[in-house]
Design a protein around this ligand. Sequence first.
Ligand code: HEM
Length: 442
Amino acid sequence: MNKRHERWNTHNLGRQHTEKTASLTIPVMFLLTGQGGWLVSLVLLAVYPQDLILGQWAQPSLLASVHLFTLGFLTMTVMGILHQLVPVTLNAKPWSTPIVSIQYGLMATGTLLFSIGFLSDQPLLLIPGALGVSLGILYFVGLILYSVRHAQNHPFHSLFIQSSLGYLAVTVILGFTLAWNYAYDLGLSSSFLVAHIAVAAEGFAVFLLMGLSYKLSIMFFPSKGSPRHGIWIFYLLHTAVILELLAGLTRWHLVTIGVILFAIVSGLYIWDMAYIWHMRRNSYPDPVLFTIGLGTVSFTALWILLGLWALFPSDSHLFSAAVFIGFEGWFGLSILGYSQKILPFVLWLHRYSHVHGQGKVPRLNEIFPEDWSWHIMVLAGSGLILSTGGLILSEKALFLTGLLILLGGVLRMHFASWRAILRRPVHRENLPKNLRRRIFNF
Ligand code: HEM
């Protein structure tokens, strides 16, 4: 076998070194599809910018874009991360590829049909789509909770992840009822949507991101600091979500108390993250950590914008900008950052950890070079700032420019991910300097 083939073989997709990790195909397919979901949701926002700028919620394009982002990107990516992370961190046995592939298929086709159903106003697509998503999610929750039940250790962040999965299951029940109501008008009160948003955004997504960041930030920064308010956050956030859920289902006036509790939780969490950042061992300017840091700054910006909106309630742009920066900034940039650490780590684990010590193996930054992370950070960060500015000022041109730059950042990540998965590592010291090579290594 010649050298080129030998090298190619060590990069064989799906090669697995240990029984403790899921097949490489699993995180890879979830991650790539998730990035695709985010790209399509941004394209929809760019095609119909007016809905968000004018704060006209419940429009088909906005509903499709929200769910492509939350289900297609956020949930999909996190599923890939958890299928990989749960067996490793909880010392549980991973699920086989065919079992997880069925779950992936349900989720991917369900999300696609669901979104097209919103756009085309076609119940025959919306309802099967909602059913596919619901089954895919319940199947996933079942698989992960089963692994957690049989796990040999239960670290602190797993409480957050389990709570998040519990709320995801409730989200599916409320979401499916809403979808039925959307298509066939069951006469549900509009406050039902508050219950859905409370369990989906605050219950599922916030618990999940907080749990993941408590685990991953300490690991990746790396930091000597650990969360000081985790247990307070855990109970207060549960109380906030349950109060808002009750408010949505019964129309009792509990939303304000829920939002105040959520504001306190957010303050404690930002404090914890600032402490973890401050206590980091590595002061080297790492673009991935900046991307994750920008995500947490976006979360702070969300609360500042909500505070301003409370002072000037007639200015609905502030509310749109707050929701936008919360979703695209906190959820989006944080997951973008974590994926840039997780993807090369997973590739390394599968391809090289079993031959580590027997010869030269690539470093993580040769699998996913730092230049790529700088491109992604600059594009995604500046795009987010410009598009949020465009929403605050209600300037369509500025919003669209920012959105396209943000889209460029996500595209760069998608391209870089394929490059890392399919090709051999970039050995910086041997890089020929000609233009063709430079373009090839971009
Ligand atoms: C997983 C996380 C989810 C999040 C964060 C989320 C978030 C949201 C948000 C913010 C809205 C309001 C959007 C707007 O008014 O423009 C909404 C509406 C809606 N969601 Fe979800 N959702 C999630 C999952 C689901 C699922 C799994 C389903 C169905 C199976 C679903 C079905 C619906 C429906 C039908 C509406 C429209 C309700 C109406 O306007 O009558 N959602 N969701």
